[in-house]
Design a protein around this ligand. Sequence first.
Ligand SMILES: Nc1ncnc2c1ncn2[C@@H]1O[C@H](COP(=O)(O)OP(=O)(O)OP(=O)(O)O)[C@@H](O)[C@H]1O
Ligand SMILES: [Mg+2]
Length: 316
Amino acid sequence: MELLRVASLSLSYKTRKGPLKAVNNVSFSIKKGETLALVGESGSGKTSTATAILRIVPRNVHEFKGIIELEGVNLMKLSEDELRRNIRWKKISMVFQGAMEALNPLMKVGDQIAEPLIIHQGYHKEEAMERVKELLRMVGLPEYVAERYPHELSGGMKQRAVISMALALQPIIVILDEPTSALDVITQANLMNLLKELKWKLGISYIFITHDLPLASELADKVAVMYAGRIVEIGPAEQIYLDPKHPYTKKLIFSVPALRMERAPMFIPGEPPNLINPPPGCPFSPRCDEKIEICEKEVPTLKEIDPEHMVACWLY
Ligand SMILES: Nc1ncnc2c1ncn2[C@@H]1O[C@H](COP(=O)(O)OP(=O)(O)OP(=O)(O)O)[C@@H](O)[C@H]1O
Ligand SMILES: [Mg+2]
């Protein structure tokens, strides 16, 4: 059975200019222990998809629909109270984009990790501090970090601390929203190793969000490429990285600097489409140098081109 099945998920926001479709008919599934990467440029709907899975939607939501099935239970049908008590942080947790910069500067790191355990889980102070030490060890941080304030830690250490918070209640899925984007290359590589190690030791699944497709393919089993709120290509990580089909995926791979390639990153010309009044046809067509006539008229749907590998492009 699938661990998580997301089907026809759509989320739009009310704006002054009309509804903005941030997540448009997104479907994917994850098996136990599997990692899915959500990859795309800024504004493609990655964070919106992630927060929708936890049903953390902002007040200005216009429409929110679809199926989010965790171990066979549709989370869309649960009450807010059931979600809070049984699902969020316990089954699915999230390291929010920029979380390491959102640590409370006035509070010791250990107290910040312990706080939710004390308030929501009824831990006593000493019990919670024991768990904090365990969690710090798990993410490769020395115990003394508990006594430090956030500004006393490096970026990599802060990111490990926020990851330890997400692990506190032993979730089966951890959503990581751009966990490495504020870090230098070496720190990023160390953090990726930690994530791999935790995945292997704890058997957890990640939803790993990044704009860096080569990086994603290091950790992920499956990659979903998002453009303008839609998944435009999804498949086994290795296939997507080594044999990308969608013209956007190809450009995305070459848009990040690579250590082993002797070339400069290539920017993708043009900008992502307006999500309030999207142009007709394929949302990528205005920027696509492989487009054919139909691309500007009709939106392509996902087609299976290899087992488990789907692409939404009129060239296939
Ligand atoms: N509360 C909101 N109200 C209106 N529009 C929103 C809201 N939140 C996000 N958006 C818009 O929805 C679209 C998708 O945003 P989202 O944050 O999901 O993208 P993202 O892929 O995570 O981007 P980034 O890589 O920059 O984090 C964007 O156009 C964004 O401006
Ligand atoms: Mg985001």
